[in-house]
Design a protein around this ligand. Structure first.
Ligand code: MTE
Ligand code: MO
Length: 318
């Protein structure tokens, strides 16, 4: 995502991506030379993250996966910083325990669930999904998680429940970005109930076989692979079933640019740039800058999700 005042092309297209990749090459080169291995700012975890137990899902793309280094050092997480590189270091000591997720609103069995209880009760799967940011870069990520539908079924949505609102933790002591007013905190997102119940919609708790890195939304974040990345809210503490379409942070910020649906759609340009193509960060290309590929309707998940939008004008309902 990017702030309104910035120039008219997605920032991933210009200096930030190039700078990031140049620095990465420099760091890798230095690490190979061993001279800087002990320096704290190398951006590599010094302790291996805890492994998770999971089964592999057949609902996975076989496209080349994005290197872990890019997934963990090219992040959007404005609670830490608006640039893509610093969430990795700024989120390093973020506390993901104790952590509870409150599920409330129009449900017959509301509850506040401890994250470790959630992990115990929901068998985990690995799903390799395409991940398309509205800024026209994309990744392929081996997420580990479970369908959001499992948790929603547990609390039993009331007949009147039509939408789900998600809220990120508000903790400015731990999240330096929340000490400023770059966004209206806490970050919120929403889905229609059928989208939330869709079997592709995941609550992710890990990636590449291990617990989620903090900068990727630990301990629990949403993944909705046919929508732009900003729908996939990180650090979730509240899930509320409601009867009206809830607000979402980026819609609030710039309603002419970011809608409620935010389905990936190559035919509907962002007012300031084209959405017809994307830069796939898969380790290929000069300096690992990826390659330009056409963007697919619903990010390639049309067969599974298009029927939810039949009869809707997806240019107007963007
Ligand atoms: N709480 C919160 N969730 C967030 C964001 C954010 O700034 N804060 N950024 C969003 C955007 S714009 C994208 S593209 C994805 C990026 O996820 P990733 O860093 O794991 O690739 O997270 C989304 N979820
Ligand atoms: Mo994004």
């Amino acid at each position: 995502m990017l702030i309104r005042k910035e120039a008219g092309i997605p920032p991933s297209e210009i200096t930030p991506l190039t700078l990031y990749l140049n620095r990465r090459r420099f760091i890798e080169g230095a690490a190979a030379g061993a001279a800087l291995l002990a320096a704290p700012r190398l951006g590599r975890a010094d302790t291996a993250p805890a492994k998770l137990q999971f089964t592999k899902s057949s609902i996975s793309t076989s496209e080349k996966q994005t290197p872990l280094q890019d997934i963990t050092h090219y992040n959007n997480y404005y609670e830490f910083n608006t640039d893509k590189e610093s969430p990795a270091s700024l989120a390093k000591d973020f506390h993901t325990r104790p952590w509870t997720v409150k599920v409330e609103g129009l449900v017959s069995k509301p509850g506040t669930f401890d994250i470790d209880e959630i992990l115990k009760q929901n068998p985990l799967e690995e799903r390799v999904y395409r991940h398309r940011c509205v800024e026209a870069w994309s990744m392929v990520i081996p997420w580990i998680g479970f369908p959001l539908a499992n948790l929603l079924k547990q609390v039993q949505p009331a007949p009147k429940a039509s939408f789900v609102q998600f809220t990120t933790i508000y903790d400015p002591k731990q999240m330096p970005g929340q000490r400023g007013r770059v966004l209206d905190w806490p970050y919120v997102e929403g889905l229609r109930l059928d989208e939330a119940m869709h079997p592709l919609t995941l609550l992710a708790v890990g990636l590449y076989g291990a617990v989620l890195p903090n900068q990727d939304g630990a301990p629990i974040r949403l993944v909705v692979p046919w929508k732009y990345g900003f729908k996939s809210i990180k650090g979730i503490v509240n899930i509320k079933l409601v009867d009206k379409q809830p607000e979402n942070t980026w819609y609030r910020q710039a309603p002419s640019e970011y809608g409620f649906y935010s389905n990936v759609n190559p035919n509907r340009d962002h007012p300031r740039w084209s959405q017809k193509t994307e830069r796939r960060l898969d380790g290929s290309g000069f300096l690992g800058a990826g390659r330009r590929i056409p963007t697919q309707m619903f990010n390639g998940y049309a067969e599974q999700v298009a029927s939810m939008y039949s009869g809707m004008d997806l240019i107007r309902n963007f």
